[in-house]
Write a protein that binds this ligand. Structure first.
Ligand code: GDP
Length: 444
Protein backbone atom coordinates (compact mmCIF):
# COMPACT_ATOMS: atom_id res chain seq x y z
CA UNK A 1 0.00 0.00 0.00
CA UNK A 2 1.37 3.39 -0.99
CA UNK A 3 2.65 5.71 1.74
CA UNK A 4 1.59 3.37 4.50
CA UNK A 5 4.27 4.18 7.05
CA UNK A 6 4.30 7.89 6.37
CA UNK A 7 0.52 8.13 6.47
CA UNK A 8 0.35 6.34 9.81
CA UNK A 9 3.00 8.48 11.40
CA UNK A 10 1.79 11.79 10.06
CA UNK A 11 -1.77 11.02 11.03
CA UNK A 12 -0.90 10.19 14.61
CA UNK A 13 1.21 13.34 14.83
CA UNK A 14 -1.64 15.44 13.43
CA UNK A 15 -4.05 13.80 15.83
CA UNK A 16 -2.15 15.23 18.75
CA UNK A 17 -2.39 18.80 17.55
CA UNK A 18 -5.82 18.70 15.92
CA UNK A 19 -7.97 19.71 18.86
CA UNK A 20 -5.60 22.18 20.47
CA UNK A 21 -7.14 25.50 21.34
CA UNK A 22 -3.72 27.06 21.69
CA UNK A 23 -0.60 26.28 19.79
CA UNK A 24 2.74 27.66 20.86
CA UNK A 25 6.17 27.46 19.37
CA UNK A 26 7.16 24.50 21.50
CA UNK A 27 4.15 22.51 20.22
CA UNK A 28 5.08 23.28 16.64
CA UNK A 29 8.69 22.37 17.27
CA UNK A 30 7.76 19.06 18.81
CA UNK A 31 5.41 18.31 15.96
CA UNK A 32 7.98 19.25 13.34
CA UNK A 33 10.46 16.92 14.93
CA UNK A 34 8.05 14.05 14.43
CA UNK A 35 7.13 15.12 10.90
CA UNK A 36 10.80 15.34 10.03
CA UNK A 37 11.45 11.82 11.27
CA UNK A 38 8.41 10.50 9.47
CA UNK A 39 9.57 12.01 6.18
CA UNK A 40 13.13 10.78 6.55
CA UNK A 41 11.89 7.34 7.39
CA UNK A 42 9.75 7.45 4.26
CA UNK A 43 13.02 7.94 2.35
CA UNK A 44 12.32 11.50 1.32
CA UNK A 45 15.41 13.36 0.12
CA UNK A 46 17.26 14.96 3.02
CA UNK A 47 17.35 18.44 1.57
CA UNK A 48 13.71 18.31 0.61
CA UNK A 49 12.80 17.42 4.20
CA UNK A 50 14.86 20.29 5.54
CA UNK A 51 13.20 22.86 3.28
CA UNK A 52 9.76 21.45 3.95
CA UNK A 53 10.15 21.63 7.72
CA UNK A 54 11.47 25.16 7.45
CA UNK A 55 8.49 26.34 5.41
CA UNK A 56 5.88 24.64 7.56
CA UNK A 57 7.48 25.87 10.80
CA UNK A 58 7.56 29.47 9.60
CA UNK A 59 3.93 29.39 8.62
CA UNK A 60 2.79 27.43 11.66
CA UNK A 61 4.06 29.99 14.12
CA UNK A 62 2.90 32.83 11.92
CA UNK A 63 -0.16 35.01 12.21
CA UNK A 64 -2.51 32.92 10.10
CA UNK A 65 -2.29 30.14 12.68
CA UNK A 66 -1.95 32.01 15.93
CA UNK A 67 -4.85 34.32 15.23
CA UNK A 68 -7.10 31.52 14.13
CA UNK A 69 -9.83 30.15 16.36
CA UNK A 70 -8.76 26.60 15.64
CA UNK A 71 -4.98 26.75 15.59
CA UNK A 72 -4.58 22.97 15.77
CA UNK A 73 -6.53 22.49 12.58
CA UNK A 74 -4.83 25.45 11.01
CA UNK A 75 -1.44 23.80 11.46
CA UNK A 76 -2.76 20.69 9.74
CA UNK A 77 -4.01 22.85 6.90
CA UNK A 78 -0.52 24.31 6.52
CA UNK A 79 1.02 20.83 6.46
CA UNK A 80 -1.45 19.75 3.80
CA UNK A 81 -0.84 22.80 1.64
CA UNK A 82 2.91 22.43 1.85
CA UNK A 83 2.71 18.71 1.14
CA UNK A 84 0.62 19.51 -1.92
CA UNK A 85 3.15 22.12 -3.00
CA UNK A 86 5.97 19.64 -2.50
CA UNK A 87 4.35 17.27 -4.95
CA UNK A 88 3.83 19.95 -7.54
CA UNK A 89 0.88 22.08 -6.45
CA UNK A 90 -1.49 22.10 -9.36
CA UNK A 91 -2.21 18.99 -11.34
CA UNK A 92 -0.31 19.29 -14.60
CA UNK A 93 -2.07 18.65 -17.86
CA UNK A 94 -0.96 16.54 -20.77
CA UNK A 95 0.11 18.45 -23.90
CA UNK A 96 -1.97 18.77 -27.03
CA UNK A 97 -0.04 19.73 -30.16
CA UNK A 98 -1.49 22.54 -32.26
CA UNK A 99 -0.96 20.34 -35.27
CA UNK A 100 -1.61 16.66 -34.59
CA UNK A 101 -0.21 14.22 -33.85
CA UNK A 102 0.98 15.04 -30.36
CA UNK A 103 4.21 13.10 -29.89
CA UNK A 104 5.01 11.60 -26.50
CA UNK A 105 8.38 10.03 -25.95
CA UNK A 106 8.46 7.44 -23.18
CA UNK A 107 11.91 6.97 -21.67
CA UNK A 108 13.30 5.06 -18.71
CA UNK A 109 15.49 2.26 -17.45
CA UNK A 110 14.73 -1.38 -18.08
CA UNK A 111 12.21 -2.89 -15.75
CA UNK A 112 10.78 0.45 -14.63
CA UNK A 113 7.52 -0.35 -16.40
CA UNK A 114 7.97 1.71 -19.56
CA UNK A 115 6.31 -0.63 -22.02
CA UNK A 116 3.44 -1.40 -19.63
CA UNK A 117 2.95 2.32 -18.97
CA UNK A 118 2.95 3.10 -22.70
CA UNK A 119 0.00 0.73 -23.04
CA UNK A 120 -1.74 2.14 -19.98
CA UNK A 121 -1.29 5.71 -21.17
CA UNK A 122 -2.74 4.88 -24.58
CA UNK A 123 -5.68 3.26 -22.85
CA UNK A 124 -6.23 6.31 -20.65
CA UNK A 125 -5.98 8.72 -23.58
CA UNK A 126 -8.65 6.80 -25.43
CA UNK A 127 -10.93 6.14 -22.48
CA UNK A 128 -10.77 9.50 -20.75
CA UNK A 129 -9.98 11.91 -23.57
CA UNK A 130 -11.42 10.06 -26.53
CA UNK A 131 -8.11 10.09 -28.41
CA UNK A 132 -6.78 7.70 -31.05
CA UNK A 133 -3.18 6.91 -30.13
CA UNK A 134 -0.65 5.03 -32.21
CA UNK A 135 1.74 2.88 -30.19
CA UNK A 136 5.27 2.69 -31.54
CA UNK A 137 7.70 -0.11 -30.75
CA UNK A 138 11.05 1.68 -30.79
CA UNK A 139 12.76 -0.38 -28.11
CA UNK A 140 14.77 -2.63 -30.38
CA UNK A 141 17.26 -3.81 -27.78
CA UNK A 142 15.35 -5.43 -24.97
CA UNK A 143 14.45 -8.89 -26.17
CA UNK A 144 10.69 -9.26 -26.41
CA UNK A 145 9.92 -5.56 -25.88
CA UNK A 146 8.37 -5.30 -29.36
CA UNK A 147 6.35 -8.45 -28.83
CA UNK A 148 5.22 -7.18 -25.42
CA UNK A 149 3.91 -3.94 -26.89
CA UNK A 150 2.18 -5.83 -29.69
CA UNK A 151 0.49 -8.07 -27.15
CA UNK A 152 -0.68 -5.03 -25.20
CA UNK A 153 -1.92 -3.47 -28.45
CA UNK A 154 -3.94 -6.57 -29.19
CA UNK A 155 -5.34 -6.65 -25.70
CA UNK A 156 -6.38 -3.00 -25.98
CA UNK A 157 -7.43 -3.35 -29.59
CA UNK A 158 -5.05 -0.57 -30.62
CA UNK A 159 -2.62 -0.41 -33.53
CA UNK A 160 1.10 -0.88 -32.86
CA UNK A 161 3.68 0.40 -35.33
CA UNK A 162 6.82 -1.72 -35.65
CA UNK A 163 9.63 -2.19 -38.16
CA UNK A 164 11.24 -5.07 -36.29
CA UNK A 165 14.56 -4.80 -34.48
CA UNK A 166 16.86 -4.21 -37.44
CA UNK A 167 15.84 -0.63 -38.21
CA UNK A 168 17.18 2.28 -36.14
CA UNK A 169 14.81 3.76 -33.53
CA UNK A 170 15.16 7.19 -35.18
CA UNK A 171 13.95 5.77 -38.48
CA UNK A 172 11.12 3.91 -36.74
CA UNK A 173 9.99 7.12 -35.04
CA UNK A 174 10.12 9.03 -38.31
CA UNK A 175 8.04 6.52 -40.24
CA UNK A 176 5.60 6.12 -37.34
CA UNK A 177 4.83 9.83 -37.25
CA UNK A 178 4.29 9.87 -41.01
CA UNK A 179 1.90 6.96 -40.67
CA UNK A 180 0.07 8.63 -37.78
CA UNK A 181 -0.51 11.70 -39.94
CA UNK A 182 -1.75 9.58 -42.78
CA UNK A 183 -4.12 7.61 -40.62
CA UNK A 184 -5.23 10.51 -38.45
CA UNK A 185 -3.92 9.37 -35.12
CA UNK A 186 -3.88 12.30 -32.73
CA UNK A 187 -1.26 10.88 -30.36
CA UNK A 188 1.97 8.97 -31.02
CA UNK A 189 3.47 7.14 -28.08
CA UNK A 190 7.09 6.17 -28.62
CA UNK A 191 8.23 3.26 -26.47
CA UNK A 192 11.99 3.92 -26.62
CA UNK A 193 14.84 1.68 -25.53
CA UNK A 194 15.80 1.30 -21.91
CA UNK A 195 19.08 0.16 -20.39
CA UNK A 196 20.02 -1.23 -17.04
CA UNK A 197 21.86 1.99 -16.17
CA UNK A 198 21.98 5.50 -17.49
CA UNK A 199 24.70 5.41 -20.17
CA UNK A 200 25.99 7.71 -22.83
CA UNK A 201 24.99 5.59 -25.80
CA UNK A 202 21.42 5.44 -24.62
CA UNK A 203 21.27 9.18 -24.03
CA UNK A 204 22.74 9.89 -27.46
CA UNK A 205 20.12 7.74 -29.10
CA UNK A 206 17.33 9.39 -27.13
CA UNK A 207 18.68 12.83 -28.00
CA UNK A 208 18.64 11.86 -31.69
CA UNK A 209 15.00 10.79 -31.43
CA UNK A 210 14.18 13.99 -29.60
CA UNK A 211 15.95 16.06 -32.24
CA UNK A 212 14.05 14.40 -35.05
CA UNK A 213 10.57 14.10 -33.57
CA UNK A 214 10.47 17.31 -31.51
CA UNK A 215 8.21 15.60 -28.98
CA UNK A 216 5.51 17.55 -27.14
CA UNK A 217 6.16 15.53 -24.01
CA UNK A 218 9.09 13.48 -22.77
CA UNK A 219 7.89 11.28 -19.92
CA UNK A 220 10.35 9.46 -17.76
CA UNK A 221 9.00 6.22 -16.34
CA UNK A 222 10.56 5.42 -12.96
CA UNK A 223 9.91 2.75 -10.38
CA UNK A 224 8.69 4.30 -7.12
CA UNK A 225 9.95 1.34 -5.15
CA UNK A 226 13.55 2.28 -5.90
CA UNK A 227 13.15 5.39 -3.72
CA UNK A 228 15.99 7.87 -3.96
CA UNK A 229 17.51 5.95 -6.88
CA UNK A 230 14.42 6.92 -8.83
CA UNK A 231 15.11 10.55 -7.92
CA UNK A 232 18.72 10.26 -9.12
CA UNK A 233 17.64 8.63 -12.36
CA UNK A 234 15.11 11.41 -12.89
CA UNK A 235 17.77 14.00 -12.28
CA UNK A 236 20.20 12.59 -14.84
CA UNK A 237 17.53 12.06 -17.50
CA UNK A 238 16.31 15.57 -16.92
CA UNK A 239 19.77 17.09 -17.27
CA UNK A 240 20.41 15.24 -20.51
CA UNK A 241 17.05 15.32 -22.18
CA UNK A 242 14.89 17.92 -20.50
CA UNK A 243 11.87 16.00 -19.25
CA UNK A 244 8.35 17.37 -19.30
CA UNK A 245 6.98 14.88 -16.80
CA UNK A 246 7.51 11.81 -14.72
CA UNK A 247 5.37 8.71 -14.48
CA UNK A 248 5.90 6.99 -11.18
CA UNK A 249 5.15 3.28 -11.46
CA UNK A 250 4.53 0.61 -8.82
CA UNK A 251 3.23 3.11 -6.31
CA UNK A 252 0.85 0.34 -5.28
CA UNK A 253 3.77 -1.51 -3.78
CA UNK A 254 5.67 1.50 -2.48
CA UNK A 255 5.01 1.64 1.24
CA UNK A 256 7.38 4.55 1.80
CA UNK A 257 6.70 7.13 -0.85
CA UNK A 258 10.08 8.89 -0.79
CA UNK A 259 10.35 9.21 -4.56
CA UNK A 260 6.86 10.62 -4.94
CA UNK A 261 7.62 13.31 -2.41
CA UNK A 262 11.10 14.20 -3.62
CA UNK A 263 11.04 14.08 -7.41
CA UNK A 264 9.30 17.36 -8.03
CA UNK A 265 11.48 19.34 -5.66
CA UNK A 266 14.76 17.83 -6.75
CA UNK A 267 14.21 17.78 -10.51
CA UNK A 268 11.61 20.50 -10.89
CA UNK A 269 9.70 18.08 -13.11
CA UNK A 270 6.07 17.31 -12.32
CA UNK A 271 4.75 13.82 -11.69
CA UNK A 272 2.01 13.46 -14.28
CA UNK A 273 0.77 9.93 -13.68
CA UNK A 274 1.18 7.15 -11.19
CA UNK A 275 1.03 3.42 -11.84
CA UNK A 276 -1.07 1.59 -9.27
CA UNK A 277 -0.93 -1.97 -10.55
CA UNK A 278 -0.12 -4.20 -13.48
CA UNK A 279 -3.44 -4.01 -15.26
CA UNK A 280 -4.03 -1.72 -18.21
CA UNK A 281 -6.42 0.54 -16.29
CA UNK A 282 -4.11 0.96 -13.31
CA UNK A 283 -2.77 4.39 -14.27
CA UNK A 284 -4.01 7.44 -12.38
CA UNK A 285 -3.58 11.09 -13.19
CA UNK A 286 -1.46 12.51 -10.40
CA UNK A 287 -3.25 15.12 -8.33
CA UNK A 288 -0.87 16.53 -5.69
CA UNK A 289 -3.68 17.84 -3.54
CA UNK A 290 -5.61 14.60 -3.53
CA UNK A 291 -2.47 12.65 -2.78
CA UNK A 292 -1.63 14.93 0.16
CA UNK A 293 -5.15 14.42 1.38
CA UNK A 294 -4.79 10.64 1.21
CA UNK A 295 -1.47 10.74 3.06
CA UNK A 296 -3.03 12.77 5.85
CA UNK A 297 -6.00 10.43 6.11
CA UNK A 298 -8.47 12.98 4.79
CA UNK A 299 -9.66 10.69 2.01
CA UNK A 300 -9.93 11.31 -1.68
CA UNK A 301 -13.55 11.38 -2.66
CA UNK A 302 -12.93 12.88 -6.08
CA UNK A 303 -10.81 9.98 -7.24
CA UNK A 304 -13.35 7.56 -5.82
CA UNK A 305 -16.14 9.21 -7.77
CA UNK A 306 -14.07 9.19 -10.95
CA UNK A 307 -13.34 5.51 -10.49
CA UNK A 308 -17.02 4.79 -10.03
CA UNK A 309 -17.94 6.82 -13.10
CA UNK A 310 -15.36 5.03 -15.20
CA UNK A 311 -16.39 1.58 -14.10
CA UNK A 312 -20.09 1.69 -13.49
CA UNK A 313 -22.27 1.31 -16.52
CA UNK A 314 -24.95 4.01 -16.41
CA UNK A 315 -27.61 1.94 -18.14
CA UNK A 316 -27.00 -0.94 -15.79
CA UNK A 317 -27.13 1.37 -12.80
CA UNK A 318 -30.57 2.62 -13.87
CA UNK A 319 -31.83 -0.88 -14.40
CA UNK A 320 -30.51 -1.86 -11.02
CA UNK A 321 -32.19 1.04 -9.34
CA UNK A 322 -35.48 -0.10 -10.82
CA UNK A 323 -34.93 -3.65 -9.66
CA UNK A 324 -34.20 -2.42 -6.17
CA UNK A 325 -37.36 -0.36 -6.18
CA UNK A 326 -39.46 -3.29 -7.26
CA UNK A 327 -37.49 -5.70 -5.07
CA UNK A 328 -36.79 -7.97 -8.02
CA UNK A 329 -33.06 -7.92 -7.42
CA UNK A 330 -31.56 -11.39 -8.07
CA UNK A 331 -28.27 -13.09 -7.37
CA UNK A 332 -27.30 -12.46 -10.97
CA UNK A 333 -27.64 -8.71 -10.41
CA UNK A 334 -25.59 -9.09 -7.28
CA UNK A 335 -22.85 -10.85 -9.22
CA UNK A 336 -22.86 -8.03 -11.73
CA UNK A 337 -22.46 -5.48 -8.95
CA UNK A 338 -19.53 -7.33 -7.46
CA UNK A 339 -17.85 -7.34 -10.86
CA UNK A 340 -18.22 -3.56 -11.13
CA UNK A 341 -16.80 -3.00 -7.66
CA UNK A 342 -13.92 -5.30 -8.45
CA UNK A 343 -13.10 -3.28 -11.55
CA UNK A 344 -12.56 -0.23 -9.41
CA UNK A 345 -9.43 -1.73 -7.89
CA UNK A 346 -8.37 -3.32 -4.62
CA UNK A 347 -10.89 -2.72 -1.83
CA UNK A 348 -8.17 -1.62 0.58
CA UNK A 349 -7.33 1.25 -1.72
CA UNK A 350 -10.96 2.24 -2.14
CA UNK A 351 -11.48 2.30 1.61
CA UNK A 352 -8.54 4.66 2.03
CA UNK A 353 -10.23 7.18 -0.23
CA UNK A 354 -13.17 7.59 2.12
CA UNK A 355 -12.50 10.52 4.44
CA UNK A 356 -12.25 9.43 8.04
CA UNK A 357 -12.49 5.74 7.20
CA UNK A 358 -9.26 5.21 9.08
CA UNK A 359 -10.83 6.63 12.20
CA UNK A 360 -13.97 4.54 12.23
CA UNK A 361 -13.59 1.98 14.94
CA UNK A 362 -12.99 -1.41 13.48
CA UNK A 363 -12.32 -0.06 10.02
CA UNK A 364 -8.88 1.30 10.79
CA UNK A 365 -7.27 -2.09 10.90
CA UNK A 366 -9.54 -3.84 8.52
CA UNK A 367 -7.64 -5.86 6.01
CA UNK A 368 -10.16 -5.97 3.23
CA UNK A 369 -9.55 -9.19 1.48
CA UNK A 370 -10.39 -9.17 -2.19
CA UNK A 371 -10.51 -12.93 -1.97
CA UNK A 372 -13.75 -12.61 -0.01
CA UNK A 373 -15.45 -11.22 -3.08
CA UNK A 374 -14.08 -14.18 -5.00
CA UNK A 375 -15.64 -16.56 -2.46
CA UNK A 376 -19.03 -14.89 -2.72
CA UNK A 377 -18.81 -15.00 -6.51
CA UNK A 378 -17.92 -18.69 -6.39
CA UNK A 379 -20.96 -19.46 -4.25
CA UNK A 380 -23.31 -17.55 -6.56
CA UNK A 381 -21.82 -19.20 -9.62
CA UNK A 382 -22.54 -22.60 -8.13
CA UNK A 383 -26.26 -21.84 -8.06
CA UNK A 384 -28.59 -22.87 -10.85
CA UNK A 385 -30.38 -20.22 -12.86
CA UNK A 386 -33.58 -20.85 -10.98
CA UNK A 387 -31.84 -20.66 -7.61
CA UNK A 388 -30.33 -17.30 -8.51
CA UNK A 389 -33.74 -15.93 -9.37
CA UNK A 390 -35.70 -17.57 -6.56
CA UNK A 391 -33.32 -18.11 -3.66
CA UNK A 392 -36.21 -19.19 -1.46
CA UNK A 393 -36.13 -22.62 -3.11
CA UNK A 394 -32.61 -23.24 -1.81
CA UNK A 395 -33.22 -25.96 0.78
CA UNK A 396 -30.73 -27.90 2.85
CA UNK A 397 -29.68 -30.32 0.15
CA UNK A 398 -29.25 -27.52 -2.36
CA UNK A 399 -27.13 -25.61 0.15
CA UNK A 400 -24.93 -28.64 0.53
CA UNK A 401 -24.53 -28.95 -3.22
CA UNK A 402 -23.71 -25.25 -3.62
CA UNK A 403 -21.13 -25.42 -0.84
CA UNK A 404 -19.49 -28.39 -2.46
CA UNK A 405 -19.55 -26.85 -5.92
CA UNK A 406 -17.96 -23.60 -4.76
CA UNK A 407 -15.46 -25.15 -2.38
CA UNK A 408 -16.86 -23.05 0.49
CA UNK A 409 -18.43 -24.13 3.77
CA UNK A 410 -22.18 -24.53 4.31
CA UNK A 411 -21.98 -21.79 6.94
CA UNK A 412 -20.68 -19.36 4.31
CA UNK A 413 -23.50 -20.30 1.95
CA UNK A 414 -26.01 -19.83 4.76
CA UNK A 415 -24.56 -16.45 5.67
CA UNK A 416 -24.74 -15.20 2.11
CA UNK A 417 -28.34 -16.37 1.69
CA UNK A 418 -29.30 -14.68 4.93
CA UNK A 419 -27.60 -11.42 3.96
CA UNK A 420 -29.28 -11.48 0.59
CA UNK A 421 -32.68 -12.09 2.16
CA UNK A 422 -32.13 -9.25 4.65
CA UNK A 423 -31.12 -6.96 1.84
CA UNK A 424 -34.28 -7.75 -0.11
CA UNK A 425 -36.40 -7.19 2.97
CA UNK A 426 -34.79 -3.80 3.41
CA UNK A 427 -35.46 -2.92 -0.20
CA UNK A 428 -39.11 -3.87 0.23
CA UNK A 429 -39.39 -1.73 3.33
CA UNK A 430 -37.89 1.22 1.57
CA UNK A 431 -40.20 0.75 -1.37
CA UNK A 432 -43.20 0.58 0.94
CA UNK A 433 -42.08 3.71 2.68
CA UNK A 434 -41.87 5.44 -0.68
CA UNK A 435 -45.35 4.24 -1.60
CA UNK A 436 -46.61 5.31 1.82
CA UNK A 437 -45.25 8.76 1.24
CA UNK A 438 -46.99 9.00 -2.08
CA UNK A 439 -50.30 8.09 -0.48
CA UNK A 440 -49.83 10.78 2.07
CA UNK A 441 -48.97 8.66 5.09
CA UNK A 442 -46.83 10.29 7.70
CA UNK A 443 -44.02 8.42 9.36
CA UNK A 444 -43.20 9.01 12.96
P1 GDP B 1 10.18 -1.88 -19.09
O1 GDP B 1 11.40 -2.72 -19.16
O2 GDP B 1 10.46 -0.58 -18.45
O3 GDP B 1 9.47 -1.73 -20.39
O4 GDP B 1 9.22 -2.62 -18.04
P2 GDP B 1 7.87 -3.43 -18.24
O5 GDP B 1 6.83 -2.58 -18.82
O6 GDP B 1 8.16 -4.72 -18.91
O7 GDP B 1 7.46 -3.68 -16.71
C1 GDP B 1 8.25 -4.42 -15.79
C2 GDP B 1 7.36 -5.09 -14.76
O8 GDP B 1 6.75 -4.13 -13.91
C3 GDP B 1 6.21 -5.86 -15.37
O9 GDP B 1 6.06 -7.08 -14.69
C4 GDP B 1 5.00 -4.96 -15.13
O10 GDP B 1 3.80 -5.70 -15.04
C5 GDP B 1 5.36 -4.32 -13.82
N1 GDP B 1 4.68 -3.01 -13.60
C6 GDP B 1 4.68 -1.93 -14.41
N2 GDP B 1 3.97 -0.92 -13.85
C7 GDP B 1 3.51 -1.36 -12.66
C8 GDP B 1 2.73 -0.76 -11.59
O11 GDP B 1 2.31 0.41 -11.61
N3 GDP B 1 2.47 -1.55 -10.51
C9 GDP B 1 2.92 -2.83 -10.43
N4 GDP B 1 2.62 -3.52 -9.34
N5 GDP B 1 3.66 -3.41 -11.40
C10 GDP B 1 3.96 -2.69 -12.50
Amino acid sequence: MAFEGLADRLQSTMQKIRGKGKVNEADVKEMMREVRLALLEADVNFKVVKDFIKRVSERAVGQEVLKSLTPGQQVIKVVKEELTELMGGEQSKIAVATKPPTVIMMVGLQGAGKTTTTGKLANLLRKKYNRQPLLVAADIYRPAAIKQLQTLGKQLDMPVFSLGDQVSPVEIAKQAIAKAKEEHHDYVLLDTAGRLHVDEKLMDELKDIKELTKPDEIFLVVDAMTGQDAVNVAQSFNEQLGLTGVVLTKLDGDTRGGAALSIRSVTNTPIKFVGMGEKMDALETFHPERMASRILGMGDVLTLIEKAQANVDEEKAKELEKKMRTATFTFDDFLDQLGQVRNMGPLDDLLKMIPGANKIKGLDNVQVDDKQIGHVEAIIRSMTKQEKEQPEIINASRRKRIAKGSGRSIQEVNRLLKQFEDMKKMMKQMTNMQKGKKKGFKFP
